[in-house]
Design a binder for this molecule. Structure first.
Ligand code: NAG
Ligand code: NAG
Ligand code: NAG
Ligand code: NAG
Ligand code: NAG
Ligand code: NAG
Ligand code: NAG
Ligand code: NAG
Ligand code: NAG
Ligand code: NAG
Length: 309
């Protein structure tokens, strides 16, 4: 597995370099992209951007803008929590040096433009808490450097595509509270740097692919409030030495609670409640000495559920 990871990594670096040398844009390109972006916003209640993003002042002095001194291009755009309404202009794709994009906590809507895929240097994106709709990852899957994706609390819909595995460097994938449906693709397990996976509060169904329990870097897996069925793999914790949180409550998971959970030695929170697990609470859970929260209510367990440490 580690080998495959390294190979994909080199390939991504090559593709990135190739892309960069073909760019002819400059800071004027960034300026007109940002002014177009602003013109698509229908409501800016405090007139922050209307006042501050003045075409007579240098772009790099604008609020929410960070530039690199080396290339003199816009590298970060942060217009989080400004109560902005409106859509995102396709001109966003012209900010070709953008590394970080934070438009979270506004009232933005519509689809994310496909031109997002042109932001080949992007490492961080947060569109959290807006009203974006449409398919979630179609453009993002073409971003070879993306590591942090916060897409939660929107109205994204459809399935999680198998080509999510294209985003090979992904470390954080947060898609909580959307309308995602269908099965969790097995290919998610190919994201071998993932530490945080949050798919809670969606409409995902089918069984949890065993491959996601093979990501050794994983620290948190959140799947509560979905329609997941089937059983947990008996070897669930064989490759999860760093797992701190496993959130599975409010699904339709069945079978026994795997004794193998006792091997996730760093586990602090384990929520299994409101599922269809049967049998007993395995005594191996007593091995979880870091555990601070264990939720096992609303199950069909039998026998003595006291766990002694
Ligand atoms: C940006 O490039 C355009 C032509 O592509 C040129 O006219 C303009 O002067 C350049 N602007 C800066 C700030 O370099
Ligand atoms: C825009 O805001 C920045 C940061 O608050 C400030 O330094 C700059 O002077 C402002 N520019 C204008 C034109 O208001
Ligand atoms: C964007 O700015 C907000 C404060 O307005 C801050 O909390 C947030 O961390 C910033 N985002 C990034 C990616 O730095
Ligand atoms: C900016 O983006 C728009 C929309 O994608 C495109 O039509 C235009 O050619 C781009 N301009 C530059 C200078 O890249
Ligand atoms: C999203 O839209 C709904 C209904 O139009 C509205 O109630 C809600 O406040 C909006 N949320 C955001 C974050 O804009
Ligand atoms: C995924 O990556 C492969 C090659 O690595 C590429 O051919 C394909 O177009 C990508 N698909 C999407 C949807 O990103
Ligand atoms: C989830 O399961 C419940 C109960 O079985 C069902 O009523 C609901 O339609 C399912 N939702 C989806 C999106 O599959
Ligand atoms: C998990 O990894 C092991 C070896 O590292 C491999 O044998 C197994 O097939 C993998 N399982 C899945 C479901 O990917
Ligand atoms: C739990 O710890 C006991 C020793 O206290 C050990 O024999 C057992 O193999 C451990 N089980 C697991 C699943 O780690
Ligand atoms: C349940 O098991 C614990 C320890 O394993 C024991 O102390 C307790 O008395 C048992 N309770 C019942 C009702 O058997």
């Amino acid at each position: 597995m580690g080998r495959t990871c390294n190979l994909l990594f080199s390939l991504a670096v090559f593709i990135t370099l190739y892309h960069h040398t073909s760019s002819l844009a400059n800071i004027s390109t960034d300026k007109s992209a940002l002014l177009t972006l602003r013109s698509h916003l229908s409501f800016d209640p405090n007139n922050i951007l209307a006042r501050n993003w003045s075409s007579s002042s240098p772009v790099c002095s604008w609020i929410g803008i960070t530039c690199s001194s080396r290339h003199h291009r816009v590298t970060a755009l942060n217009i989080s929590s400004m109560q902005l309404h409106g859509t995102i202009s396709p001109y966003l794709g012209n900010l070709s040096f953008l590394v970080s994009l934070d438009i979270s906590y506004n009232a933005l809507y519509g689809d994310l433009p496909v031109e997002l895929a042109r932001l080949q240097r992007l490492k961080f994106i947060s569109v959290r808490n807006n009203n974006f709709t449409g398919a979630i990852l179609s453009s993002l899957s073409l971003l070879p450097n993306l590591r942090f994706a916060y897409l939660s609390m929107n109205q994204f819909s459809g399935e999680i595509p198998s080509f999510i595995s294209n985003i090979t460097k992904m470390e954080v994938l947060s898609m909580q509270s959307n309308f995602l449906e269908g099965e969790i693709p097995r290919e998610l397990g190919d994201l071998c740097y993932l530490t945080f996976l949050d798919l809670q509060f969606n409409e995902l169904s089918g069984s949890i692919p065993a491959s996601i329990f093979n990501i050794t870097t994983m620290e948190n897996i959140g799947l509560t409030y979905n329609n997941l069925t089937g059983q947990l793999p008996t070897t669930i914790c064989d490759h999860l030495p760093n797992l701190k949180g496993l959130y599975l409550s409010k699904n339709y998971l069945g079978g026994v609670i795997p004794p193998n959970l006792g091997k996730c030695r760093k586990l602090q929170v384990l929520s299994l409640n409101y599922n269809e697990f049967t049998g007993t609470v395995p005594r191996e859970l007593a091995n979880l000495t870091a555990l601070t929260k264990l939720y096992i209510g609303g199950l069909h367990l039998e026998g003595n559920t006291t766990i002694s440490y």
